[in-house]
Design a protein around this ligand. Structure first.
Ligand code: FES
Ligand code: FES
Length: 161
């Protein structure tokens, strides 16, 4: 075991990691930050996406020791300073971009990375960017609407189901 220190959501955090400890396990078990989810063991689902030094990454495919010293942003860092939902989170709520919510942390983190790169994406851009995030509930359409709305673009309201 070696102590690993990262700046997580703006605060310096230290926890032990074995050589094989994945970043997602370091966050969830080492820091007890369980907003980042694990939805697969094949690096396919995207539920574990966080930002490492500003880049969206699947935290199940990175070793904690590899990113010792990094700046990490997780879903816990996406709320506003007063604890209210951040813009992307609010858009997911407003446009019914979630059902069970399991995929949502990863979706929000991927969406945030997209909007940083491309603040005015087309729907096709959103669908392309979120290809690495799997949702078993929503059919994706409302997720795309939520991301479009979070970018400040007009989106037709979601029809009642
Ligand atoms: S838990 Fe990382 S991609 Fe599924
Ligand atoms: S809302 Fe259930 S997996 Fe996406």
């Amino acid at each position: 075991m070696t102590n690993v220190t990262m700046t997580v959501n703006g605060k310096s955090r230290t926890a032990a990691a074995e050589g094989r400890t994945l970043l997602v396990d370091w966050l969830r078990e080492g820091l007890r930050m369980t907003g980042t989810h694990v939805g697969c063991d094949t690096s396919q689902c995207g539920a574990c996406v966080v930002h490492v030094n500003g880049v969206a990454m699947k935290s199940c495919s990175v070793l904690a020791q590899e990113v010792d010293g990094a700046e990490v942003t997780t879903i816990e860092g996406m709320a506003n300073a007063d604890g209210s939902l951040g813009t992307i989170q609010q858009a997911f709520q407003d446009y019914h971009g979630l059902q069970c919510g399991f995929c949502t942390p990863g979706m929000v983190m991927s969406a945030a990375a997209l909007l940083k790169e491309n603040p005015r994406p087309t729907e096709a851009d959103v669908r392309h960017y979120l290809e690495g995030n799997i949702c078993r509930c929503t059919g994706y359409h409302n997720i795309v609407k939520a991301v479009m709305a979070a970018s400040g673009q007009q989106v037709a309201p979601v029809a009642a189901e």
